[in-house]
Ligand binder design. Structure first.
Ligand SMILES: [Mg+2]
Length: 425
């Protein structure tokens, strides 16, 4: 039958009717309104091209732990002249190569068929094995851009397509590792922050709590170091209880879910994890076994909007809150996280890197932080634009940051004396 779906992944014909042509004196084809074209599918639009922009996103001094950090932006262009932007983390230089490979099977698809395109990409990567956040990162960058296109076609923000707004602003927390920085952030209106210390977590939280007072939310990320045993993580978690943290992040290496389960069962401080996991499959066990109190899917590498919604839905059924990881991401993924979090009931808070590199606020439209919140933009799509010239002005120069020697030496072998310093304030 003409116009019936074609089996397999070769393409879907949506309608046997010819595509209506634009009447005279109408707006250019790229900006025709949804109502005039019935459904996006009936417009018979195809993806024409996918571009990537790999950008250096670290500070100039090489001593910083993320001096070799990159951001990877994605631009999906349709043959109607519209485009959407996305961002992919994971391992950005490697993810860029994956996106170039995947683009060969995504070009020619209807950009409105987002789930179909995601499943097509998933099947295409099966032969490479479990690709984790690298494969999922590539799919994420493309998927976010598809939602940006759809929002622009329909003239609505992405959150309106995800169920609408549960809230119109998203609470964020910033990073501080010492009292001086913490007080600066408080002065700028922040009401929550996260410290990060795999070597003196209890002491750091004690200092920050004493400096900031009780009316402030504190979190700690110990980054799941390989030398941190289950007994150590339990001991630290119990020491942290008196500081009333919002969450205790990655107390043990996340590769062993049973270890995390033992820690979570032994401490009353909420345990957070998930930044290194991707897709509904990566989060299933953490959620089904009620191990995590807070899950932290990364908007740039967990799979994209649909996967994030599905993960959040799984979590909702277990009364688990969502606090997306954003520590590796640039402004496009952050804008996507804002749209996503606007649409879910179990949003806890969003990570935000303030003052990391100045071009964060040049490479894309800034979503300002006011009183520790980002307002959800009401423009179509993601509500922000990528400045390609700025991205090209800061090319990548590598994407591996060597671990500090002190951390390397500590791997697996630490004397009890060193552990005592780690455990006690
Ligand atoms: Mg972390």
């Amino acid at each position: 039958m003409p116009g019936s779906p074609v089996p397999g992944w070769g393409g879907v014909s949506r309608s046997s009717q010819p595509t209506p042509s634009a009447p005279p004196n109408q707006a250019p084809r790229a900006v025709l309104d949804y109502r005039e074209r019935h459904t996006p599918q009936e417009a018979n639009v195809k993806i024409r091209e996918i571009k990537t922009y790999l950008m250096h996103a670290g500070p100039p001094h090489q001593q910083a732990i993320w001096a070799k950090r990159n951001w990877l932006f994605v631009k999906v262009i349709s043959d109607e002249g519209l485009y959407g932007v996305g961002e992919a983390s994971g391992w950005p230089r490697v993810v860029e190569a994956a996106i170039k490979d995947l683009s060969t099977i995504v070009v020619g698809e209807d950009p409105a068929n987002i789930e179909r395109i995601w499943q097509k990409m998933l099947l295409a990567t099966m032969g490479h094995g479990m690709t984790g956040v690298v494969g999922a990162g590539a799919m994420t960058g493309v998927e976010i851009a598809l939602w940006d296109i759809l929002g622009k076609r329909l003239g609505v923000p992405v959150c309106d397509l995800l169920g609408g707004m549960v809230r119109d602003r998203i609470r964020v927390y910033a990073h501080a590792h010492d009292v001086e920085r913490a007080l600066q952030l408080k002065e700028h209106g922040y009401t929550a922050l996260k410290g990060g210390s795999p070597t003196r977590p209890v002491a750091q939280m004690k200092e920050l709590r004493e400096a900031l007072g009780d009316d402030f939310d504190l979190c700690i990320d110990v980054h799941g170091p390989p030398w941190f045993s289950v007994p150590d993580a339990i001991r630290v978690g119990q020491e942290l209880e008196e500081y009333d943290l919002l969450f205790y992040e990655d107390p043990v290496p996340p590769e062993n879910v049973d270890s995390l389960a033992k820690v979570a069962a032994a401490v009353s401080v909420p345990v957070a994890c998930g930044e290194r996991s991707a897709s509904v499959y990566g989060f299933r066990e953490l959620i089904e076994r009620d191990i995590a109190d807070v899950i932290q899917p990364d908007m740039g590498r967990a799979g994209g909007f649909l996967q994030m919604k599905k993960i959040a839905g799984q979590a909702e059924a277990h009364h688990i809150m969502v606090a997306p990881h954003d520590g590796s991401n640039g402004p496009i993924a952050e804008a996507a996280a804002v749209q996503f979090l606007a649409s879910i009931p179990n949003c806890l808070i969003l990570e935000h890197l303030a003052d990391d590199v100045p071009w964060r606020y040049e490479v894309a439209t800034e979503l300002p932080v006011v009183d520790s919140h980002i307002e959800v933009p009401r423009k179509p799509g993601l509500g922000i634009e990528l400045n390609e010239a700025v991205a090209l002005a800061h090319p990548s120069s590598g994407n591996v940051t060597p671990p500090r020697e002190e951390v390397l030496q500590a791997t697996y072998v630490q004397s009890r004396a060193k552990r005592r310093r780690l455990l006690r304030p």
